[in-house]
Ligand binder design. Structure first.
Ligand code: RAM
Length: 358
């Protein structure tokens, strides 16, 4: 890889620090509103000099296992765990639902994992079981899609949620000439990450420069390839004047591209979103898609793995201001609400897509 989104990391770190400096609700204050914080958490004190424990058991619980994006993230996290002699694995459902994740959390508690890393399908529905895990001393790292802050120790966010939401609108607006009806094809209706991004998209669309753009529909493909394909077809039939679609999910944007590339809408409708270069390459080459964005999913898994180990070893507790030593990614500071931001979204197009292989 010659041009990596990772190179932009220092900028994001600055952004994260700037956001931190703005203040707001800290994880500590969020927890104090909770009537029953886990006893293990309130007593914990960070010891930055503690060595990483050997033989830690880490379990990645993605939104669903048959999502190529989640596979890249988790595989990289499992690889990273070898650097500190931990045993890491991935378990999870084949559908992106919170109820399916709950039974996995219960099993992981019984197995006595040292940390559970979860991409939550619903911020609140997984909260009860996660709290039970925390009460047993299991560290909880949310990554990709956050759980409610009181149900995890730290959230490894792939990019600033605000930056993702606003930049997706800007990208589409440039390509449709700031005019016309647009739609969003999302993942599941309860996905924390997509819903946060969509809120920022709506806020961005409220600015005067987008007065001639109208969001007509938010559709949900549930991060299921077939459903996302059908939802794309449905959107184009229901809204004949539609000019653009944003699909902020790798599953959705690739399914939408596949539908459009084989339809009469190719060349008529602008599609952008968040996709992996390997899934989107053919649709950029055949000119179905001009530009889309993402970050480095391997780094997300890597950073989450180090965060889990640092928590389980007592180096950090997840409080704002603590620093995480994250191997080749260097040192990261925990921002407000117990969040670490990986890096900014990166835009892929025909000129750079062949530089990437993930
Ligand atoms: C899909 C999932 C994931 C999201 C990416 C961009 O793979 O919905 O949560 O972060 O897209």
């Amino acid at each position: 890889m010659t041009r990596s989104p990772r190179r932009l990391a220092p900028m994001v770190l600055l952004l994260a620090l700037a956001l931190t400096a703005c203040g707001g609700t800290t994880k500590e204050s969020a927890q104090s509103e909770n009537t029953a914080p886990p006893a293990t958490e309130s007593a914990a004190k960070a010891n930055p000099d503690a060595p990483l424990k050997q033989g830690l058991k880490l379990a990645f619980l993605p939104k669903q296992i048959n999502n190529p994006y989640e596979t890249i993230v988790d595989k990289a996290g499992i690889e990273a765990a070898k650097e500190f002699a931990a045993q890491a694995k991935e378990v999870g459902p084949s559908d992106a639902s919170a109820s399916s994740q709950i039974s996995y959390i219960n099993t992981l508690i019984q197995q006595g994992q040292d940390a559970i890393l979860i991409a939550a399908n619903d911020a609140n529905a997984v909260c009860g079981p996660l709290k039970q895990a925390m009460a047993k001393g299991i560290k909880i790292v949310s990554y990709d899609s956050d759980a409610a802050p009181e149900c995890r120790d730290i959230f490894i966010n792939q990019a600033s949620s605000e930056e993702v939401g606003r930049s997706q609108v800007k990208l589409l607006a440039e390509m449709v000439g700031h005019k016309g009806e647009i739609a969003i094809l999302s993942a599941t209706a309860n996905a924390t990450n997509q819903n946060t991004w969509i809120d920022f998209m709506k806020d961005e669309l409220g600015k005067p420069e987008y007065k001639d753009m109208k969001l007509v529909k938010v559709a949900y493909g549930d991060d299921d390839d077939q459903k996302s394909f059908q939802q794309t077809q449905g959107l184009l039939q229901a809204y004949p004047d539609l000019k653009g679609i944003i699909s902020p999910t790798t599953v959705g944007v690739s399914a939408a591209a596949r539908y459009i590339s084989g339809s009469k809408y190719k060349g008529e409708i602008v599609l952008t979103g968040l996709g992996t270069p390997n899934q989107m390459r053919q649709f950029v080459k055949d000119k179905t898609v001009e530009k889309f964005a993402l970050w480095n999913p391997k780094d997300l898994g890597y950073l989450a793995s180090y965060a889990a180990a640092a928590l389980a070893s007592g180096q950090i507790t997840g409080e704002q201001g603590e620093t995480l030593k994250a191997g080749k990614l260097g040192t990261r500071t925990i921002g407000e609400n117990g969040e670490i931001i990986l890096g900014p979204p990166f835009t892929f197009d025909a000129g750079n897509i062949d530089d990437f292989d993930f």
